[in-house]
Write a protein that binds this ligand. Structure first.
Ligand code: NCD
Ligand code: ZN
Length: 350
């Protein structure tokens, strides 16, 4: 491995679940330590569906930050069949919303209140196009007749292509992509209008890892991890530094007993190790310099935000590994066991 150190602007996490209450208090330091900004997912119980709710949630997050923290939460609106376009527009103009999130109803954790028929939101999408407010999409069909491993690819033809044809000026992020089909589709689009986030676990694991020696509930997330050919396509896409792709961890904490159950929750908690995991993937493909575009430039360019001015250094050396569990009042949360990440140190740069 040639490259073992990289200095870059402080990264942003363009897709994270911080939760609320005791879990928020437990996980927030892990995100605030490494990222200057994060797009905070709105799938709380109940979901964050209005500007007032997002403003209150942002206040709860900020109240838990320490004085020395350099972290800004960017809030999102959870779209439903009855989203109020006027409230979304007012929340955007007031600087509360940075994006809106589309969960097809039933697609993932806390998505029951999501959208049942996307065409009902055409008026909302017109408003968003006019405002330049990005639409963040959990891109999976929920039709139980479609195999769970095919739901993302089928979403492209059934939902995403027609949506983009109806709203050609809408800015869209295809969240946490997992397939070669999604990477090919995104790469072919205008990067100002269609981009994608990619998680560390989808870059590191293939679906075999979920069943190695037994069933591994801590590797279960949605969209589900796919076969090796897809992982390789994702690695190739991000390691090019291509402007379509940016860092989004999809760090999704669940206390351990809720994952180790006969119906375990989807979601992988990776906030403490995600940056190291990305560095390990890029370095393993001799592409460490391209991590700067992926982690610090492509996201701000898409969102029309400045690149962060403070800098960090990633160094690959013998290093004390981060704790394998995050302790919350509700129970322990297991951290993603990402191969090779113990090697990487993240430190402030001058
Ligand atoms: C996320 C969660 O737990 O909120 N779970 C996951 O598997 N990624 C929801 C989501 O992003 O799909
Ligand atoms: Zn997510």
């Amino acid at each position: 491995m040639n490259n073992t150190t990289l200095t870059l602007p402080r990264p942003d996490d363009w897709h994270v679940h911080l939760r609320d209450g005791d879990v928020l208090a437990a996980v927030l330091p892990d995100t605030a330590r490494h990222y200057a900004r994060a797009i905070v997912m709105p799938n709380l119980k109940p979901p964050v569906t209005s500007a007032a709710a997002a403003d209150a949630y942002r206040t709860r997050i900020r109240a838990l930050l320490s004085d020395g923290d350099d972290f800004e939460p960017l809030m999102t609106c959870y779209l439903t069949d009855v989203t109020d376009a006027a409230d979304l527009a007012a929340g955007t103009r007031d600087g509360i919303f940075t994006a809106a999130k589309l969960y097809p109803a039933g697609a993932t954790t806390n998505s029951a209140a999501g959208v049942t028929d996307i065409t009902r939101l055409d008026g909302v999408f017109e408003t968003m196009s006019a405002l330049g407010l990005p639409l963040l999409i959990h891109g999976e069909v929920v039709d139980r007749d479609v195999d769970v491993f095919d739901r993302e690819a089928v979403f492209i033809e059934r939902v995403l292509t027609p949506l983009r044809a109806r709203h050609p000026a809408l800015k869209i992020v295809f969240e946490h992509i997992t397939t070669a089909e999604a990477a090919a589709y995104v790469s072919a689009a205008d990067a100002r209008l269609l981009a994608a986030t990619v998680t560390p676990h989808h870059l590191m694991l293939n679906r075999g890892a979920m069943f190695e020696g037994g069933i591994r509930p801590h590797m279960y997330c949605l969209p589900i991890i796919k076969r090796e050919t897809h992982r390789q396509a994702l690695v190739k896409a991000v390691c090019s530094g291509d402007a379509h792709y940016f860092l989004g961890t999809d760090s999704a904490p669940h206390v351990m007993h809720t994952k180790e159950s006969d119906c375990g929750c989807a979601g992988i908690y990776n906030a403490p190790v995600a940056l190291a995991a990305y560095a390990e993937v890029f370095a393993a493909h001799d592409a460490l310099p391209a991590l700067e575009a992926f982690a610090a430039h492509n996201g701000p360019a898409f969102y029309g935000l400045p690149v962060n001015t403070r800098r960090i250094t990633l160094t690959r050396d013998a290093h004390q590994p981060p704790p394998s569990r995050c302790v919350s009042e509700l129970g322990d949360i297991l951290v993603f066991d990402a191969p090779g990440t113990a090697q990487w140190r993240v430190s402030p740069a001058p």
